[in-house]
Design a protein around this ligand. Structure first.
Ligand code: ATP
Length: 403
């Protein structure tokens, strides 16, 4: 869902992966990890609740955004991301809870007084105004002299790397250029917070990448706290300091991109971000799980409840193909039959069935395995795979992660 376009109404304007892989991801995580200092948040969302008739769109939402932080709201369609952004922007009123900006309660403040810059999915530029006029629109003549307005516009045009388009009209620009102008317009009045509602979803893949890097670099340059709504996990993980994963109006996890991927706190997050294989398990004796009724594995560190059902999860890239099982409790071994495979460039994804005696074929889970293409020679129709203990996640019956 897209935010209605109030801008068309001028009055409203204003730790490394245990297996050692994923070095690129690690680098971006290290670069963005900066929560050692306990700075006061710029924005606090406290216990927000919102209903539309009988439908609970948001339920007990709590989060904060620190100075200079880039936070993404990520989740499936209808989970409440846009509603939450609209409440922060002042375009929607919560039924309960508070929005605090720089220590001031702005829950009931009008949108145009909140000092929030907003960028919409569909650019929402004024078609009858030039680029320069669009960018300068929020620069009040009482606060900005004509020379200051000109200077600000040209600074921003340089920043978005479109210095020569001041006199053009929106319909003379590409989608990517329009979105960059929309970004310049949103940050021109020096807002306290930048709010982005799916700003990249109308752009094609290459332009998208380009604009997303531009957004991140400008946001960092101005040290501008930013919230972006997206349903694109790659987008959220690649440029955010923290990601808020939402589902059915509640927050499942708020964390760094690294932890969202490698330490999902719920089975929903594990399932929603990337791919994960799941196996049913039951605890028959302390610290031990019986998996699919035919394998067992010890988890000496885990406080498992006898008689309880659990779900084991592991990522496709956590699987290794091996010749034989070692007498080693550090691994879960499974014989599998390869059913199909997909070429993914540097990698290959295999779809396999676990070979289990006494299990009706309809109940046999299909596993996804990801290997380097260079290892393709290891693939056989029937093979043995293993997953190292530390790469296995355990979820309880409520979907909460034990590890
Ligand atoms: P999407 O990614 O599809 O935009 P979203 O996560 O942003 O979804 P919201 O737009 O916040 O979801 O909507 C959350 C839920 O609230 C949806 O079920 C939506 O239909 C409902 N909703 C949103 N606005 C209204 C409204 N004004 N009146 C009634 N229901 C609404």
């Amino acid at each position: 869902m897209q935010i209605p376009t109030p801008l068309q109404s001028p009055s409203l304007l204003e730790q490394q992966h245990p297996s050692g892989s994923g070095a690129g991801h690690l680098l971006s995580t290290l670069k963005t990890y900066k929560y050692a200092e306990n700075r006061a948040p710029v924005l606090e969302v406290m216990d927000i609740q919102k209903r539309f008739d009988q439908f609970q769109a948001l339920n007990h939402i709590n989060l904060d955004v620190q100075a200079g932080e880039f936070v993404s709201f990520l989740g499936p369609s209808g989970c409440g991301k846009t509603t939450l952004l609209r409440i922060i922007a002042g375009l929607e009123q919560p039924d309960y809870g508070k929005v605090i900006k720089k220590g001031v309660d702005i829950t009931r403040q009008q949108a145009e007084k909140r000092r929030c810059g907003i960028v919409f999915q569909n650019y929402a530029l004024f078609p009858n105004l030039t680029v320069k006029e669009n960018i300068a629109f929020g620069l009040s003549k009482n606060q900005w002299s004509s020379a200051e307005r000109d200077e600000r516009v040209h600074l921003l045009l340089d920043l978005i790397e479109l210095p020569d388009i001041a006199g053009k009209y929106p319909n003379q620009l590409s989608g990517g250029q329009q979105q960059r102008v929309a970004l310049a317009r949103a940050i021109a009045p020096k807002p306290d917070v930048l709010l982005l509602d799916e700003p990249l979803s109308a752009l094609d893949a290459q332009v998208r990448l380009n604009v997303r890097q531009k957004i991140r670099s400008i946001q960092q340059q101005f040290d501008l706290p930013t919230i972006m709504v997206t349903h694109d996990q790659e987008e959220a993980l690649s440029i955010s300091d923290r990601v808020v994963v939402m589902n059915h109006g509640v927050i499942e996890q708020i964390d760094s991109p690294h932890n969202i991927y490698y330490k999902p706190q719920t089975s929903f997050v594990a399932r929603f971000i990337g791919s994960m294989n799941f196996l049913d398990a039951v605890c028959q004796q302390p610290h031990q799980l019986d998996i699919l009724g035919s394998m067992s594995l010890n988890f000496p560190q885990q406080n498992l409840q006898v008689g309880q059902h659990y779900t084991l999860g592991f990522r496709p890239e956590s699987v290794m193909i091996v010749e034989e099982a070692a007498a080693d409790e550090q691994f879960l071994y499974m014989p599998v039959q390869v059913k199909s495979s997909e070429f993914l460039g540097a990698k290959r994804r295999l779809f396999c069935e676990i070979e289990l005696e006494n299990m009706p074929s309809a109940d046999v889970p299909t596993l996804q395995i990801e290997i380097e293409n260079a290892q393709s020679a290891q693939i056989q129709t029937q093979m043995l795979i293993r997953v190292a203990h530390p790469l296995i996640h355990i979820f309880d019956e409520q979907g909460r992660a034990l590890c």
